[in-house]
Ligand binder design. Sequence first.
Ligand SMILES: C[S@@+](CC[C@H](N)C(=O)[O-])C[C@H]1O[C@@H](n2cnc3c(N)ncnc32)[C@H](O)[C@@H]1O
Ligand code: SF4
Length: 449
Amino acid sequence: MNNDLINKYDLRVPRYTSYPTAPHFGDGVNGEVYQKWLSELDPATPLSLYFHIPFCDEMCWFCGCYTKIVKRYDPVKEYLDALLAEVDLVADALPARMTAKHLHWGGGSPTMLKGEDWMAIMTKLRERFDVHEEAEIAVELDPRTATEEYVAELEAAGVNRASIGVQSYEPKVQEAINRIQPYETTKQVIAWLRAHSITHINMDLMYGLPFQTIDEIETMVDMTVDLQPNRIALFGYAHVPWMQSHQKMIKEEDLPDAAQRWEQFTLAVERLKKLGYVQIGFDHFAHPEDSMANAIETGELHRNFQGYTTDTAPAMLGFGASAIGYLPQGYVQNERPLKAYRQAIYSGALPAAKGIRLSGQDELRRDIIEDLMCNLTVDLDARCAQHGTDVDALKEDVEKLMPLAEDDICTLDGDTITVTETGRPFVRLVASAFDEYLTSGQGRHSKAV
Ligand SMILES: C[S@@+](CC[C@H](N)C(=O)[O-])C[C@H]1O[C@@H](n2cnc3c(N)ncnc32)[C@H](O)[C@@H]1O
Ligand code: SF4
């Protein structure tokens, strides 16, 4: 049955880490607009800060992130100087000194930064923001480059959550993706993290990689659960060689087909649930005692550019090249080329290059899509009432869901739409019925499963 569905609905839809999604950002939002938006923030708004570090030691062939390979530290250092200057520019634009509750370092590999530079940047942040004493300070960590000394430096910088890239433990797969990372390395880094009070551990696993098999997926899940991470992300390999040319190093014929991907995904999900993890949305799993499992119960689960999150801050400020942030007024993305990013900063301007100002319709649809992606259900009437719109205006969108309802992907009960357990892997499709921008961006996204 599900295999039929996957054939029928092998559509490419966004992952809805924002709405409208990034391909619809335009140059109507620039440094000046961002500066104004920042100045309009209510000083009591809790902030989330995201820092992008676009550097790695070596390229993994599957990588879809924005990163550059560097063999020397100079470009990283040069970038960090600009990042520190950006913190000052942004803090100067705010109406007052504000409180940061969540700090997230993504990449690339933030663990490219030297310990002394972690200290420099944390000192700068504490100088310009009130970093809440219980703030979550999370880092994406490549275990291949970590040493115990380095982990101790992260601890000293205040880091309390680490997201560890694993992908696969199988040597043949690792070779095909140019990422040799023995299980023992991952295990050792997790032990160091725990010994250094970084006890919130996330692990990233992948399916759909070259040479991955169903047996390997089962072993991968078991070996991961043995390490007892608090959260697990299970990403389907998005093969987009027309956008990421290094992915051409992965031969199409070595990739599992749609049916095999589906089998790998469902097996991993079943096994993770059997071993006690709670499924979050479609691709995250949380230990039952983790705050994310709790957020499902309290309706406080959210979705942002890092995927599913317990971060409830209404504003996220993005720092670094290509970083995306959001404010109540809309989304903002920084310059992507490193040179343009640095030039803007050194000319005294905020390096925002594009974004989108949210219309009333965007806000309504963003809430509907987030409800579906996080809670798998939405009460359209209640959402429309909140936004002062008549639910009848969504009639055409709801009609698009009829075929999905016939296939038991979702149910329509009055004005409430609920994604079924069968439909959970297709939640992006259900959400896409409310995406007004979809037609112009179609064909650019990865497979829904
Ligand atoms: C920035 S990386 C994680 C940190 C660090 N750079 C590392 O690789 O260990 C974020 C995660 O995105 C996922 N990812 C990267 N490229 C992907 C792709 N093409 N398709 C699906 N997931 C991908 C991987 O699971 C990876 O761990
Ligand atoms: S997966 Fe991580 S380490 Fe590998 S190239 Fe991408 S960002 Fe760098």
